[in-house]
Write a protein that binds this ligand. Structure first.
Ligand code: SAM
Length: 276
């Protein structure tokens, strides 16, 4: 284990603490036992078949594969989502989008919500579970992502989520919603981060959006007025340096009450407004 921890830290640039935690989690998965068991038996010899299972998991991680794809799950907004390479791994920063949406959806009223680019279904399912009276329509262009979202909605008991294959608003006809939420792709195509860390293993279509990273956000903002009920709201996540550009896009599309909302580090990561 100590050698694995060192190799992990070196290969992936992890701190000693992160590397220890990841090695323990992988061992716990290989042994199909809780991490407390792993901690209590550190240093014990493993039966050969379990040792082989652990080695295979460790090898995948050493090659950089994200923990969420190796384990096949990730927690988001207190719910455990199935994760596969078909969709982006749900991120803690996206919890801000869910929180802001929930603050605008009364618990006692049957509001209609649209989640654009639902991926694993994380945002749609989290909202659905906290607002059982709301009706959530979640769309994605990728059928494999939609299949995963469907599985997550079923596993997590979110019966109020409808899933639809659609190129943004393309398959929605004239339908209107009270709130539109989106975590669209927003990384510039040439951004070197796409070649680093977990991002190398995630679908490019879930991450990159044109030269300046704003192509998808432009499509989401421009199409929103036609799909919002009077006074309806749009809220979407964006990159750490895109808030000014996003507010500008909203202004030009006729939105009012435009605001950017900071994450825990004080960086504006979600912007939105009310249909004017
Ligand atoms: C950043 S991921 C967000 C996934 C999920 N909502 C989350 O927050 O974890 C963006 C998603 O948008 C989808 N997408 C990209 N282009 C699209 C388009 N033109 N129409 C619909 N969905 C699209 C991708 O397939 C991907 O699932």
């Amino acid at each position: 284990m100590a050698r694995d921890r060192r190799r992990l830290a070196q290969a992936l640039g992890l701190s000693e603490r992160e590397a220890r935690l990841e090695a323990q989690v992988l061992l716990s998965r290989a042994l199909q036992s809780p991490r407390a068991f792993v901690l209590a038996h550190e240093g014990d010899a493993l039966p050969p078949e379990r040792e082989a299972r652990y080695r295979a998991l460790m090898q995948r991680r050493l090659q950089g594969e994200p923990m969420a794809y190796i384990l096949g799950e990730r927690e988001f907004y207190g719910l455990v989502f199935k994760t596969t390479p078909a969709a982006l791994i749900p991120r803690p920063e996206t919890e801000l989008l869910v929180e802001l949406a929930l603050a605008r959806i009364p618990a006692d009223s049957p509001r209609t919500i649209l989640d654009l680019g639902t991926g694993s279904g994380a945002v749609a399912v989290a909202i659905a579970r906290h607002r059982p009276l709301a009706r959530i329509t979640a769309v994605d262009r990728c059928p494999q992502a939609l299949a995963l979202a469907r599985e997550n909605a079923i596993r997590l008991g979110a019966a109020n989520v409808e899933l639809l294959e659609s190129d943004w608003y393309g398959a929605l006809g004239v339908r209107k919603f009270d709130i539109i939420v989106a975590n669209p792709p927003y990384v510039a195509e040439a951004d070197r981060h796409l070649e680093q860390g977990d991002l190398r293993f995630e679908p490019r279509r879930a991450l990159a959006a044109g030269k300046d990273g704003l192509d998808a956000i432009r499509a989401v903002v421009d199409g929103a007025p036609a799909h919002l009920s009077p006074g309806g709201r749009l809220l979407f996540e964006h990159g750490h340096d895109q808030a000014d550009a996003c507010r500008d896009l909203l202004r030009r599309a006729g939105f009012v009450e435009i605001a950017s909302h900071p994450d825990l580090a004080g960086i504006p990561r979600v912007t939105g407004g009310r249909a004017g």
